[in-house]
Design a protein around this ligand. Structure first.
Ligand code: ZN
Length: 129
């Protein structure tokens, strides 16, 4: 898990060109201002999968699959949203900030230890007193 700000999400999106990412899974052909290929999400005999590099979205006329680069990676790689973000961040060389799940657990543990120490102090104090 990562702490994801909207700015960071935008940066990852900006650095993850949808045409390039999808191009690794689907053979895309330029048609006008868009790209088309065979849909990776259904049995597609005619290329009905279109990608708009301009709008950074994809849409399938066959199965109505649609979304942005995050949605594509989620569906194609079977990831949830934070995993897709991490996947694309790694690929784009964007460093995700510390303060994810591990740091949260760590601080929870420290909190617990502090509480135990305080309780022990009190307990020892009350025995001595
Ligand atoms: Zn489709």
């Amino acid at each position: 898990m990562v702490r994801l700000t909207p700015e960071l999400r935008e940066e990852i999106r900006r650095r993850s060109d949808i045409a390039e990412i999808i191009g690794q899974y689907v053979h895309l052909k330029r048609v006008g201002r868009g790209l088309i290929g065979r849909c990776p999400f259904h049995e597609d005999r005619t290329p009905s999968f279109s990608v708009s590099p301009e709008r950074q979205v994809f849409y399938c006329f066959g199965c109505q699959a649609a979304g942005d680069v995050f949605t594509f990676v989620m569906r194609k790689e079977g990831l949830d949203f934070p995993e897709a973000v991490a996947f694309l961040a790694r690929r784009a060389g964007v460093r995700l900030p510390e303060g994810g799940e591990d740091a949260r657990r760590r601080s929870e543990r420290e909190e617990l230890l502090r509480a135990l120490a305080a309780a022990a102090d009190w307990f020892v104090g009350s025995l001595e007193g």
